[in-house]
Design a protein around this ligand. Structure first.
Ligand code: PLP
Length: 388
């Protein structure tokens, strides 16, 4: 069977070796600290689960929905007004089964094969997959330590900017935990307007932002309405990663085109999920604030703890991740990760899985309470991996 050449753009499964090792050590009964996967350990708020359960009890909920219910679209609009001060209309909102799925399809909506797409590096892998799915020409813009892991549009060559169809921006960033300033968003919007580029903002972490900073929507900045769309996932803010609820929000023609593509491959979001989304968006949000505080405690435990044992790891400013440079003697982050799990049972994600400039780093996910994070740090310290 000759499979599509599109598939050749996707690399081999690089996590397999790490996962095999994890399974082996688990079978031996070894104590493991899994800080690799970014799925929150907090409980989904009860009112959201109840809304889903109630709806699922009704046999009528089990049909094709074929559309986003007006109540859900209204709930998104009201939430955007209340949370971000952004006025949007229901025709500026389309649901998808998680940002992962939506971002995976966005290239097909926006690009022809060979069109240029600007992506950050390092970045969340589906940005790359979505562009590859459309057989786009990917040009990376660096988000490196020298620039506080933020985009610098002035470094993007004019020729590339002229060709670019869309540019993905995602702040607070996964894996680096960097956070945008109002000036940066204004600069990005001015750049997109100048070169007629669509900015696709992945707003996964506006509710996980530290040290008193306020997470915003890119659509809250002047001029964004003409050049931006934003993926707004409920996964992390409301701890419902398994439910797969996200929305594409913003420029009408892009949202309509996105809906057109999705209507070819999907018959609408399961009604109980739509009810759960409404409950999340219209219900109490005290858990959202409370868990942000808890993530910050975890960030302090991890970054402060690593620094105390001699691992120079800067504070993450947002997201549920910490990005740390591996010891100099290692060339490959995967080798370091395999040694780390063997020597002390701590599991982290190799930086190489986040695109070209991810090598040389690892990503910790803040998915354990501070006490367990401190235990993991003691294990790292005791095993001596930072020294030899
Ligand atoms: C930046 C970013 N975007 C999107 C996602 C996935 O979101 P969803 O659960 O809505 O697919 C993640 C999950 O870790 C993420 O870190």
């Amino acid at each position: 069977m000759q499979f599509s050449s599109r598939l050749d753009r996707f690399g081999a499964e690089i996590f397999a070796a790490l996962n095999d090792r994890k399974v082996e050590l688990e079978a031996q009964g070894r104590k493991l600290y899994n800080l690799s996967v970014g799925t929150p350990d907090f409980e989904t708020p009860a009112h959201i689960r109840e809304a889903l359960i109630e709806s699922a009890k009704d046999p009528a909920s089990w049909r094709y929905t074929l559309r986003d219910m007006p109540e859900m679209l209204d709930a998104v609009c009201s939430y955007y007004q209340k949370r971000y001060g952004v006025t949007i209309e229901p025709d500026q909102v389309a649901s998808c089964y998680g940002t992962q799925e939506g971002m995976g399809h966005i290239g097909l909506v926006l690009c022809n094969a060979g069109d240029t797409v600007l992506l950050p590096t390092p970045c969340y892998p589906v940005f790359i997959a979505g562009a590859n799915m459309a057989e786009a020409n990917i040009v990376y813009y660096p988000m490196t330590a020298e620039n506080h892991f933020l985009p610098r549009v002035s470094d993007i060559p004019e020729e590339t900017a002229r060709r670019a169809k869309y540019m993905v921006v995602s702040l607070p960033s996964n894996p680096m935990g960097s956070v945008g300033t109002p000036e940066l968003y204004e600069e990005l919007i001015a750049f997109a307007r100048k070169y007629d580029i669509l900015l696709v903002h992945d707003n996964a972490y506006s509710d996980i932002i530290f040290d008193g900073n306020e997470g915003r929507s890119i659509l809250s900045y002047p001029g964004a309405e003409d050049v931006c769309v934003e993926f707004f996932s409920l996964s992390k803010s409301f701890d419902l990663t398994g439910a797969r609820i996200s929305f594409l929000i913003g420029r009408r023609d892009v949202v309509a085109a996105f809906r057109k593509l999705r209507s070819q491959i999907d018959f609408g979001m399961f009604l109980p999920l739509q009810k759960a989304a409404i409950a999340a968006l219209t219900g109490p949000t005290d858990t959202v604030r409370e868990q942000c505080r808890k993530y910050q405690e975890r960030r302090d435990a991890l970054c402060g703890g690593l620094r105390a044992i001699g691992w120079d790891c800067p504070d993450s400013h947002g997201s549920m991740f910490v990005w740390a440079k591996i010891p100099d003697r290692y060339e490959k982050s995967m080798d370091f990760c395999l040694d780390l799990i063997d020597r002390c049972g701590v599991i982290v994600t190799p930086g190489s899985s986040f695109g070209p400039l991810g090598e040389g780093y690892v990503r910790f996910a803040l998915v354990m309470p501070p006490e367990q994070i401190r235990e993991a740090i003691q294990a790292i310290d005791r095993c001596g991996i930072l020294q030899s």
